[in-house]
Design a protein around this ligand. Structure first.
Ligand code: ADP
Length: 382
């Protein structure tokens, strides 16, 4: 029933038709109803006036001439008068309907202008009322888009505020730690031993990693990471990531098993970034799996994607934790995770990177203490 929707153009067109029809109708009614009466009156008046003059006149020819000119004059006067009445009535209807239509258009536009000004001053909660959204014309489409834009601006602003708060919170602990140690050194409470310097050096390194991760996160979330997407063999991704970490797995006495079928198609990905994602999942598996334990890496094709999986026999995750695992700065055990070097943004970066390469990342776990499995997909190169 789209054609029934009164678009703005159709409303304006209808208003013009209305004005023309009203004018024509008034003209017709006035000419039908008023003109004969006016004509009769004029004729009667003129006949009375000329009748007296004719009494002293002579001949039938002169009389016919008088009657003719009287009729013409009466007709002209009656027409003029009816046209004036009809024109006045049509003009009034035209003015009233134009006022109505322009109010219909101008009022919502003025409301939008006021709302836009308020948003420009930072009042992101500003919305246009729902009656504007349900008018059923182009202005309601504009009002709906306006409200969607305002909602997305508000979300961005909320995210910005949350990020600033989170970053300040994350920086506070390492800075407090550095400051405490330096104060101790100044007061002579802490000995200037190689261990103290090593501790300070570690803490500065953690800060640096955090700042680098934050920069990477903001670029990844803004889609500003330049990717060189090309056909890449899944086994190259797996072996590059595993090569980086297998010595650490061996050191922690964890079994790292890799299962890559030989006939997998190449994926369309940025090799470095894909390796970064898998390395991140493997690092987490290494961190959160106590010895003795095992981690299995598997790859398989699912539809138009290749899915990379990392299963560990470690800490596992509860359903509630699984819901938040990809949120930035989310850590299951804050103090333990910080001690292990994590700021809770590795998985957020991984998710953003996978999304920019056209894939998806998921986590599942049978429950706490029962291990977990992380998977991410990459599209097959066509
Ligand atoms: P972090 O740098 O703290 O490891 P991540 O974003 O990589 O940050 O992970 C977020 C949180 O998810 C971690 O703090 C940890 O609690 C949990 N997590 C991630 N991987 C695993 C895993 N394989 N097993 C159990 N918990 C995990």
């Amino acid at each position: 029933m789209n054609w029934l929707r009164a678009s703005l153009a159709r409303r304006m067109f209808l208003s013009y038709v209305l004005v023309i029809a009203a004018g024509a109708l008034t003209l017709f009614l006035v000419s039908e109803a008023v003109a004969p009466t006016i004509l009769d009156q004029r004729m009667a008046n003129m006949m009375r006036g000329t009748g007296a003059g004719m009494m002293g006149g002579s001949g039938a020819g002169t009389m016919a001439g008088y009657a003719d000119s009287t009729l013409r004059a009466a007709f002209r006067a009656a027409m003029l008068q009816s046209l004036l009445v009809a024109g006045g009535a049509a003009g009034l209807i035209a003015v009233l309907s134009s006022l109505f239509i322009s109010r219909q258009v101008a009022q919502p536009v003025q409301r939008m202008v006021r709302a836009t000004r308020r948003i420009a001053t930072g009042q992101y909660a500003e919305r246009l009322p729902s009656d504007l959204e349900h008018r059923g014309d182009e202005l309601s489409d504009l009002a709906t888009s306006f409200n969607e834009m305002a909602a997305s601006l508000q979300q961005t602003e909320d995210r910005r505020l949350a990020l600033v708060g989170d970053v300040a919170h994350e920086l506070r602990t390492p800075i407090a730690m550095l400051k405490g140690n330096l104060e101790g050194l100044l007061d002579g409470v802490v000995k200037a031993s190689p261990e103290t310097w090593a501790r300070l050096f570690d803490e500065a390194g953690r800060l640096e990693r955090l700042v680098n991760d934050l920069q990477e996160l903001s670029r990844a979330e803004a889609g500003q990471i330049a990717l060189s997407l090309q056909p890449v063999s899944p086994s190259t991704i797996v072996h590059d990531a595993v090569d980086r970490l297998d010595s650490q797995f061996a050191e922690k006495e964890l079994v790292l098993a890799v299962h890559v079928p030989p006939d997998l198609p190449p994926v369309r990905a940025d090799l470095d970034r894909a390796v970064q994602v898998l390395t991140n999942l493997l690092t987490n598996a290494l961190r959160y799996t106590p010895s003795p334990g095992r981690v299995d890496v598997d790859v398989n094709q699912q539809g138009n994607s290749v899915v990379f999986g990392v299963r560990d026999s470690g800490a596992g995750l509860s359903p509630e934790q699984l819901e938040h695992i990809f949120e930035r700065f989310y850590r299951v055990d804050k103090s333990r995770s910080r001690a292990l070097g994590g700021a809770g943004i590795g998985l957020t970066i991984a998710r953003a990177l996978v999304a920019t390469m056209g894939g998806e990342i998921h986590a599942e776990s049978p429950g706490l203490g029962r291990g977990s499995r992380f998977t991410f997909s990459l599209p097959i190169a066509l």
